[in-house]
Structures are given as structure tokens and as C-alpha cells.
Design a protein around this ligand. Structure first.
Ligand SMILES: Nc1ncnc2c1ncn2[C@@H]1O[C@H](COP(=O)(O)OP(=O)(O)O)[C@@H](O)[C@H]1O
Ligand SMILES: [Mg+2]
Length: 149
């Protein structure tokens, strides 16, 4: 079983990347859709109990936010991988502006999450870490990190 943590500012392309790569294989857990933390936690617990691979399609910008989910997933026997969407503030603002209705976030939210963003590290307990570059229109480029010695 796999728990995949997406890490990236709003507008980075996380949900688009999910649709392209994991739609058929992993349950998508997304705070924008579930609205509250307790509902998200309840769904994650079902995944752990029922051994369902999932993608946590949230911004998950800090180590503090990521730590409990990595600990619970590892304890449940899941492999935990990180997908780090390389921050590009201008491109994210442009992509955000193209979204309509509730999908669009205030521009200040993009900036404030960018300020807190911490790149993932193997010390956090990830088995694998991938960088994702979003070449809007030209698709996504994925690079796996090599473990530092
Ligand atoms: N590679 C891409 N090519 C074209 N449009 C994209 C690409 N990535 C994202 N978008 C568009 O940009 C907007 C933001 O992407 P989204 O996946 O919702 O970002 P996030 O989930 O990280 O907030 C959406 O309207 C999406 O359709
Ligand atoms: Mg999204």
C-alpha cells in the first residue's frame, strides 16, 4: 500500500497531476473537497484499516503538518512517498486565475503558503521523493531524488 503526499502551493498543478497519474489506482483525499480536518482524518483512517492506497492532495507545506500522517502511514505498513511540486509563484498565480468559482484561491493564500513551504527530506521518513516540474501546456516532468549518503 502507498500513501503519496503531494507538497506544493495552490495552483502548482497537484490535482491535475493526480488526474493524469493516479486516478485509476489511488483514492484522492483533498481538503478543498472534504472541507474539514475531522472528515479528512476519518477517510484516511478508513484507508489505513482497509489497506487502500491514497494520495493526499493537499498543500502539506511544512514538516509539522506532514509528520503525523507519515508516522500513522508508516505504522499502518504503508510506503510513504513525497511529490514535491517545485514552487513557481508567477505560474501558480496565472494557473489560479484560470480557475473559476470556488476553485480559485485568493492570491495572498498562494504567497503565504509559499512563505511556509519546506522542501521534503528523507529524514521525515519518505521512501522516495520526486520533484515535479509543471510545464503548463507541455506537461509534467518528474525527477526522483537520490538518497543522500
Ligand atoms: N500542465 C498543465 N497544463 C495545462 N493546465 C494546467 C496544467 N497544470 C495545471 N493546469 C491548470 O491550472 C489550474 C491549477 O491546477 P490544479 O491542478 O488545480 O492545481 P493545484 O491542485 O495544485 O491547486 C487548473 O485550472 C488546471 O487545469
Ligand atoms: Mg488541487
Amino acid at each position: 500500500m502507498e500513501a503519496l503526499l503531494f507538497i506544493g502551493i495552490p495552483g502548482a498543478g497537484k490535482s491535475t497531476f493526480f488526474r493524469q497519474n493516479f486516478f485509476d489506482t489511488h483514492l484522492r483525499i483533498n481538503r478543498d473537497m472534504l472541507r474539514t480536518k475531522p472528515r479528512e482524518t476519518a477517510l484516511i483512517e478508513v484507508c489505513f484499516k482497509s489497506k487502500i492506497s491514497f494520495v493526499l492532495d493537499n498543500t502539506s507545506p511544512t514538516r509539522v503538518v506532514r509528520e503525523p500522517i507519515i508516522a500513522c502511514a508508516t505504522a499502518a505498513g504503508f510506503r510513504v512517498d513525497a511529490y514535491y511540486f517545485e514552487p513557481d509563484y508567477a505560474a501558480s498565480c496565472e494557473r489560479n486565475a484560470l480557475r473559476s468559482g470556488r476553485a480559485q484561491v485568493p492570491v495572498v493564500a498562494i504567497g503565504s503558503i509559499l512563505k511556509t513551504l519546506e522542501a521534503p527530506s528523507f529524514e521525515e521518513g519518505f521512501s522516495r521523493i520526486f520533484s515535479v516540474l509543471n510545464h503548463t501546456g507541455g506537461g509534467f516532468e518528474i525527477r526522483e531524488w537520490t538518497r543522500e549518503i
